[in-house]
Design a protein around this ligand. Structure first.
Ligand SMILES: [Zn+2]
Length: 254
């Protein structure tokens, strides 16, 4: 698109081409992105690191911001939203910014991480979870949730489960439940986690931000599960207080 535009202008006056190049030159690396965001009002961040972790779009804490590399090409309103996500004075400002940030489609050149598959021995558990997904869908969501890929995870140790949104041209949406959670805490708890993740699925499919905010809590009360999350959206355990992450992955942790 940009190339085509540039070529078009090259036939015209040099001046307009220069102007266009100046206006649309996308930052090429972390330093340039930081410089750009600083001109848009970013103050609290002194270092930007680019990430390819498809589950994290923007996270920050202690003066460092991690941004998915796909945001190098983001248009100005999205870059401004990133600044607001960090600097926003009110919760409402930051939430509005989140909604803008997630509209930017992430296209990554990184090789696709291979998703873990359910171990053959756990196929029975996975089938049961799929049956419960259908049952809960009818009972609590008017049957409107889409069928979702279900995985029993042997890798998941500290997390109990997660919902992972689909990626355009990539992975389908999935719910994963930790195998050790099922074994340690039993089916009633595992089904509670399943329903928690289904509320995230509902958020995703109805255009809400995937988080543990007021919409999430209201829906939890409606479906009859505890409206709290023991874990902040996609942050890592041990992160500095005040650190925030905007991710695609919602997880529940025990
Ligand atoms: Zn959650």
């Amino acid at each position: 698109m940009l190339q085509a535009l540039t070529r078009f202008f090259r036939r015209g006056s040099d001046e307009s081409q220069l102007e266009l190049t100046f206006q649309s030159a996308a930052p090429a690396n972390a330093e340039q992105l930081l410089a750009r965001l600083t001109t848009l009002g970013l103050k609290r961040i002194s270092r930007v690191r680019l990430t390819r972790n498809r589950n994290v779009m923007v996270s920050f804490g202690a003066g460092v911001m991690r941004v998915h590399e796909g945001y190098l090409s983001a248009p100005e309103p999205v870059l401004r939203a990133i600044v607001c996500f960090v600097e926003g004075r009110t919760r409402a400002d930051r939430r509005a910014a989140q909604r803008v940030i997630v509209t930017h489609p992430i296209v990554t050149k990184a090789p696709k991480e291979r998703r873990e598959r359910t171990h053959t021995d756990d196929a029975g558990m996975s089938e049961q979870l799929t049956e419960w997904h259908a049952r809960y869908n009818t009972r609590h969501f008017h049957g409107r949730l889409k069928p979702v890929a279900m995985r029993v995870s042997r890798r998941m140790k500290s997390r109990l489960g997660h919902y992972s949104a689909a990626i355009a041209g990539g992975d389908v949406a999935e719910i994963a439940i930790s195998r050790s959670h099922i074994r340690r805490h039993g089916w009633p708890e595992a089904l509670h986690t399943l329903l928690h993740e289904m509320v995230h699925q509902w958020q995703d499919e109805t255009g809400h931000t995937i988080d543990h905010g007021s919409t999430f809590r209201a829906k939890c009360r409606e479906v009859g599960i505890a409206p709290y999350a023991r874990r902040v959206l996609a942050t890592r355990p041990g992160r500095a207080a005040g650190a925030q992450t905007l991710g695609r992955l919602a997880a529940r942790e025990g």
